[in-house]
Design a protein around this ligand. Structure first.
Ligand code: FAD
Ligand code: SF4
Length: 518
């Protein structure tokens, strides 16, 4: 099947995984370790640390830049803001904040009558959280002040705080908001990584969101994917899946994909779709697969992600130091009139990113823009990540516009609800107060939606969910789903650690299922 210049594919693997991000990678490693023949098809290329440049513009290839149409009252920004493409998915450029979800994140409906409960609880996920944290090497405090019980402390001590984090720490103390060094999947000391070698401690280069050139950040290429390949998994990069193969009974049997401009097919016993919360429903909707509930593409969610920026006296150099340093989860619950909650995080920012955000966010241009940017070294930022309820009016559909491959572009409708607006207003007021206490001037806020979540949710009931609580499609044999599309609610924390934990749990369920049906 392979053509010249392209590596041959192994025939008919046991499991084919589509996408190698936070959903696909841990599972791929687990299945390979269990002795299964596994292949991953990944649309993006490999980006080994040695090839990562300290240059935001040069690193644009880490993002999914195909056009996605954004509709609704709060259209979501895609491209550099919300996507990843490459061996490692969005973790190649993620900020690496890795807080765990809280026990009450999984029971929002039970506790408040709003949102949706998860079909699993914190206790069930805890051993997987622990396993991921130890394996990828999360750095964090000895005692973390918030959340559920932990079976072990973080593997490495906390990372140093950057300038914005130190200001935030002082300002929060003034108003009685507790802070803590964040859990971050960046190494504060070297670690041996099976399949990769020695990963060094972070050198505080500060360009995590443009890719880490040293391997200190736990993107999945230097962690779970290295482990997967060590155990025989085959990762095919530059291979974009355009359709799933099905047989006459409706069972999924493999995938059709385009590699180096040529169409190929690969058959497999089982297919795990892990293409993220936009591309997964996009693929399913094209063939109306796994959709007897009518829920594919529905319940799209994005975190409340307002950022507040200001100029301070100190020479902070916001490009220096790991950008994800300090956290507060004191606002996780208890905000008057708000369901769910948010966390506060300090920011670092690369120059081109800041210039673009400032120009777009404030409408400043010409000499005023140049004047503001000449003080870039004095820029300090904080942001929040807040829960988002699932709503009927937020969904993904296929548009009539076709992309360069002739496939319908996805159109994502998104409008924050009243709850998110109240949360955002509360968060902005708190952050403005903090920055006023830090002596910041020219303070401005950037309202944002962060992360793409929902669209193929898990649940017990096949009438209202796409997959069962372990990842198996309710109505389509041979198909499993494992990515951010499966989250029934957004959680009041960053999603990647929970996604990696779910990925291991889905892998264990799939291994058991394959043994039982062998
Ligand atoms: C700028 C930024 C910063 C972030 N920072 C944090 C953070 O600090 N902490 C945190 O927890 N989360 C963070 N996130 C979010 C986090 O990265 C995601 O939640 C997580 O990676 C999602 O995992 P996933 O498997 O759903 O998707 P992804 O990791 O995006 O992986 C999907 C993969 O599927 C591939 N793919 C898609 N379609 C196809 C196809 N048709 N064929 C083949 N392959 C395909 C893609 O190329 C991609 O590699 C950040 C995200 C962004 C954009
Ligand atoms: S700050 Fe650390 S983790 Fe981030 S890119 Fe630099 S070396 Fe890598």
């Amino acid at each position: 099947m392979a053509a010249e210049g392209r590596p041959a594919l192994p025939p008919a693997p046991d499991v084919l995984v589509i996408g190698t991000g936070a959903g696909g990678a841990p599972l791929l490693a687990r299945l390979a370790q269990a002795g299964l023949r596994v292949v991953a098809l990944e649309a993006g290329e490999r980006h080994p640390p040695a090839g990562i440049a300290t240059d935001e513009v040069a690193q644009a290839a880490l993002f999914w830049m195909d056009e996605r149409l954004a509709a609704g009252g709060d259209p979501v920004g895609f491209g550099r803001n919300n996507s990843g493409r490459g061996v490692g998915g969005s973790t190649l450029h993620f900020t690496a904040y890795t807080p765990r979800a809280h026990p009450d994140d999984f029971t929002l409906r039970r506790d408040t009558g709003q949102g949706v409960d998860w079909p699993l609880g914190y206790d069930e996920l805890e051993p997987y959280y622990d396993e991921v944290e130890q394996f990828i090497g999360v750095s964090g405090p000895a005692e973390y002040p918030w959340g559920g019980p932990r079976s072990a402390p973080y593997r490495h001590p906390p990372l140093p705080l950057n300038g914005a984090a130190r200001l935030m720490e002082r300002a929060c103390a003034e108003v009685g908001v507790r802070t803590s060094p964040a859990a971050n999947a960046v190494l504060s000391r070297p670690q041996e990584q099976e399949g990769y070698g020695t990963r060094p401690a972070c050198s505080n280069r500060g360009f995590c969101q443009a890719g880490c050139s040293t391997g200190a950040k736990a993107s999945l290429d230097v962690t779970y994917l290295a482990l997967a390949e060590r155990h025989g998994a085959v990762i095919v990069d530059g291979a974009q899946v355009t359709a799933l193969l099905t047989d006459a009974s409706g069972r999924v049997r493999g995938a059709r994909f385009v590699r180096a401009g040529r169409e190929e097919t690969l058959e497999a016993g089982t297919v795990v779709l892990a293409a993220g919360a936009i591309e997964t429903p996009r693929l399913l909707l094209r063939q109306d697969l796994a959709n007897s509930s009518g829920q594919v593409g529905r319940n799209f969610m994005a975190h409340v992600g307002v950022q507040v920026w200001g100029l301070v006296e100190d020479d902070l150099r916001p490009y220096k130091g790991v950008p994800g340093g300090l956290i507060s989860e004191d606002t996780h619950r208890g905000i008057p009139g708000v369901v769910g909650g948010y966390l506060l995080q300090s920011l670092g920012v690369m120059p081109v990113t800041y210039a673009t955000q400032f120009a777009r966010g404030t409408g400043t241009w010409g000499p005023a823009l140049i004047d503001h940017l000449s003080r870039y070294n004095h820029v300090a930022g904080i942001n929040v990540l807040g829960d988002c309820l699932p709503y009927e009016h937020n969904y993904l559909e296929l548009s009539d516009e076709l992309d360069a491959r002739g496939l319908p572009k996805p159109r994502v409708h998104f409008t924050f609800g009243e709850n998110e607006r109240r949360m955002s207003a509360h968060a902005e007021a708190l952050m403005r107060d903090l920055w006023a206490r830090a002596g910041a001037r020219d303070v401005w806020a950037l309202p944002r939606a962060a992360h793409t979540i929902g669209t193929a949710r898990m649940g017990e009931d096949p009438a209202s969910s796409v997959i069962d609580p372990f990842g198996r499609a309710h109505d389509t044999p041979g198909l499993w789903i494992c990515d951010n599309s499966t989250f029934p609610s957004a959680l009041a924390v960053n999603p990647a650690l929970t996604q990696m934990a779910l990925s291991l749990r889905t892998a264990d369920a799939l291994i058991t299922h394959l043994k039982e049906t062998a």
